[in-house]
Design a protein around this ligand. Structure first.
Ligand code: F6P
Length: 531
């Protein structure tokens, strides 16, 4: 499908005019003063996720032009093509069907395959969870990128739902400092290794899998077929490795979209079959919302449109994610792969270099920790960085006084970013740590906050399998939206290939010390590391 690229549309030109006339100087404080209904007008209710978009640098006209842009770029037909299983990942000649993984039986493509594997996977997960019979105490997932980040993000997020007799470990890095401390604490008799790799060729995963297998044998482990399980599309490679129990998936599941597939095995073991199905159901509810809600009430669409507005008109280069829930501590890392591997592209589908920017840098830490690290820059730095707050109404612990403080902090930060503080207000305040001899007017400049810094706040009632499923699917579809407007292929990742190829060429040189033909810097570093 060839659809117009965003910069060739009338809406794009209209947005440029609108930005010059009203966007560049837009002031949130004035917008709220002008419109007492702004919160209601710019908040959206989607399955399990409420979003306050009102603290973004947009007005009704901005959203009107952005929605025109979505229509002119054929966002809806493109979205429908994805759900229908068309080969929208054209450079790899593949459909993109992670949505089929969470469609109820009979409701999505490849239903027999999907539900056949899902049933077997969940039945196996339950057998592992029966620790009296399985004997397992420790589950080690060995995988990287999409074969690691999803389970590594979800398992702690759903700690309240996790099996209390099982410990989960995630080994990804080819750095031996990753697996060594994990193995040191384990016994082969009680450990299950999950070797998770879509391709079953990834250097890091294969190296760690071999290290785990050698450790298992050295420590007197017996019955490898019980203690090693594979999750892959490459069943033959898993069999060649000596794995007899394998759960498959398909090439139409992208690595960074794969936590819903057999790659979710650690999650299923942690939270059990019923909760895993709830995770899928939450994602499916968001799929239906994305597929059916009118564009102007469609949360992933609205978020993707605001992303384009910020990246291409305001020129903001990054977005910070601040989950005010410690369980979501790995969400920023998960979103980095999801968004930056998907939309970090510089050519359009036709291979033409893009004259506009694509993926922002996505980064963050849980609140309130980030407040004591880099929020200084968010409030007073020279760059404007939109922040995405995630608040959860009801905690899973019974320390309500802590939760109230957490929520107050979350609200205070978005308020402070927006309101700022003028020099007059700063001058009128006492500053306990200020030098008594320092000029007070100058000090007030240091203590001024420009404000008008945008944020989005997402609110979940509770962090449950269902709400987490919806939240993650919302992010997937938001990435789809901005990628579709930019006219790029959000589903390939050629940018990871060059480094892999050069690594293979350098590997023997680290043993031989041969630097012939290398650039001077690489040669010098190699000598330094091998001498
Ligand atoms: O880093 C590139 C990448 O291909 C990711 O897209 C993928 O999630 C990761 O490597 C792991 O790949 P595999 O699951 O095949 O081991």
């Amino acid at each position: 499908m060839t659809a117009p690229r965003c910069d060739t549309t009338e809406a794009w030109a209209a947005l440029q005019g609108h930005f010059e006339a009203h966007g560049r100087e837009f002031d949130l404080r004035e917008a709220f003063a002008r419109d007492p209904g702004r919160f209601g007008a710019f908040s959206v209710e989607a399955p399990e996720v409420f979003a306050d978009l009102s603290k973004n640098l947009v007005d009704t006209a901005t959203m009107h032009f952005l929605l025109d842009l979505a229509r002119e770029c054929d966002l809806e037909p493109r979205r429908d093509a994805m759900f229908a299983g068309e080969s929208i990942n054209a450079t790899e000649g593949r459909p993109v069907l992670h949505t089929a993984l969470r469609a109820p039986r009979g409701a999505g493509p490849h239903g027999d395959d999907v539900h056949g594997v899902l049933d077997a996977l969940l039945s196996y997960a339950e057998s592992v969870r029966d620790t009296a019979s399985s004997g397992f105490t420790d589950i080690v997932n060995i995988g990287i990128g999409g074969s690691d980040l999803g389970p590594q993000m979800v398992v702690p997020a759903l700690d309240a739902f996790c099996h209390r007799g099982l410990n989960f470990h995630f080994v990804s890095n080819v750095d031996g400092h990753d697996i060594t401390p994990v193995l040191r604490r384990l016994r082969p008799q009680t450990t299950l290794f999950i070797i998770a790799s879509k391709t079953f060729t990834t250097q890091e995963t294969m190296a760690n899998a071999m290290a785990a297998r050698a450790w298992f044998d050295d420590q007197g482990g017996t019955d490898r077929s019980k203690h090693f399980v594979g999750v892959t599309t490459n069943l033959k490679a898993a069999a060649d490795f000596g794995i007899t129990r394998t759960f498959g998936f398909w090439d139409w599941v992208g690595g960074r979209y794969s936590l819903w597939s057999a790659i979710g095995l650690p999650i299923a073991i942690a939270i059990g079959a019923e909760n895993f199905r709830a995770l899928l159901a939450g994602a499916h509810a968001m799929d239906r919302h994305f597929a059916e809600a009118p564009l102007k009430q469609n949360l992933p669409v609205l978020l993707g449109l605001i992303d384009v507005w910020y990246r291409n008109f305001h020129g903001f280069t990054s977005r910070s994610v601040a989950p005010y829930h410690q369980g979501l501590k790995r969400l920023p890392a998960y979103l980095q792969q999801l968004e930056m591997e998907s939309n970090g592209k510089r050519v359009d589908m036709a291979g033409a270099a893009l004259p506009f920017a694509t993926s922002p840098v996505v980064w963050g830490e849980p609140g309130t920790n980030g407040q004591h690290a880099y929020f200084q820059m968010l409030h007073q730095g020279t760059d404007v960085i939109p922040v995405e707050f995630i608040a959860v109404k009801r905690p899973a612990h019974d320390l309500p006084e802590l939760h109230t403080k957490l929520l107050a902090n979350c609200l205070a930060q978005s308020q402070a970013l927006m309101l700022g503080k003028g020099a007059d207000a700063a001058l009128a305040e006492a500053a306990p740590t200020a030098s008594a001899s320092f000029d007070k007017a100058v000090l007030a400049q240091h203590r001024t906050f420009p404000g008008n810094r945008p944020s989005t706040t997402l609110v979940l009632d509770e962090l449950t399998p269902r709400s987490l499923g919806s939240l993650v699917a919302m992010y997937e579809h938001r990435v789809f939206t901005s990628g579709a407007l930019w006219g790029i292929n959000s589903f390939d990742q050629w940018g990871v290939e060059l480094g892999k190829a050069l690594c293979s060429q350098l590997l023997p040189r680290l043993s031989s010390g041969d630097t012939s033909g290398l650039d001077a810097s690489t040669a010098g570093l190699l000598e330094r590391l091998t001498a």
